[in-house]
Design a protein around this ligand. Structure first.
Ligand code: 5GP
Ligand code: MG
Length: 181
């Protein structure tokens, strides 16, 4: 695996290995398997960033489950704008369902603070949140995270589904931006 990668005008250094990512996902899956034993949760990943997490998590679920995607975007470059720029919603009936929203990363929490009420409006039985990555110091909203993979400091990362201006989503590992001083 490369130790550094360059995407557009920025360089990034290796930060979290594929092995660490998959171990964190296994821990989340184990908890979901316990909590939803005998149930059939509806997995709702938030596109685009969550597609790899969703795929690897689904493979570890032993309970029956279904999946449907939503799409939201609040990032321009390396900063969250707090404004949700796009949202492709849920078209099916989710009333009475146990929903698990999947995020690649929770930063300010603004994205989820908007998505959660719009999902609750559809009258699911329950709504939980699973995130692969969490930046506790960046959180600006009052949201409950039920399953967290890895906590990280407030720095910009790419890889494993996460992008820098659309690039880097294909990286198997996670890389941290190298700040030039
Ligand atoms: P929030 O609304 O919590 O501020 O941010 C949520 C979304 O912003 C995430 O789902 C992700 O798409 C994007 N995001 C937040 N932090 C990062 C980061 O460090 N790198 C990348 N590539 N995207 C991020
Ligand atoms: Mg996201």
């Amino acid at each position: 695996m490369p130790q550094t990668v360059t995407l557009g005008d920025k360089s990034f250094r290796l930060y979290i290995s594929e092995e660490q990512i998959l171990a964190a996902i296994k821990q989340i899956a184990d908890k979901i398997n316990q909590d939803f034993h005998g149930k059939c949760p509806l997995i709702v990943p938030v596109l685009n960033g969550s597609f790899m997490f969703a795929s690897d998590l689904m493979k570890q679920l032993t309970c029956q489950c279904q999946i449907t995607f939503i799409k939201a975007s609040s990032y321009k470059g390396t900063e969250s704008t707090g404004q949700l720029t796009a949202l492709i919603g849920i078209n099916e009936d989710i009333s009475g369902r146990d929903v698990i929203i999947l995020e690649d990363i929770i930063d300010t929490g603004h994205t989820l603070a908007k998505i959660i009420p719009s999902i609750r409006d559809l009258k699911p039985a329950s709504v939980r949140v699973a995130t692969l990555l969490f930046k506790p110091k960046a959180l600006k909203t009052d949201i409950t995270i039920d399953y967290t993979g890895i906590e990280i400091p407030n720095e910009f990362i790419v890889g494993y589904g996460l992008d820098y201006d659309g690039l880097g989503r294909n990286l198997k590992e996670i890389y941290q931006v190298i700040e030039l001083v």
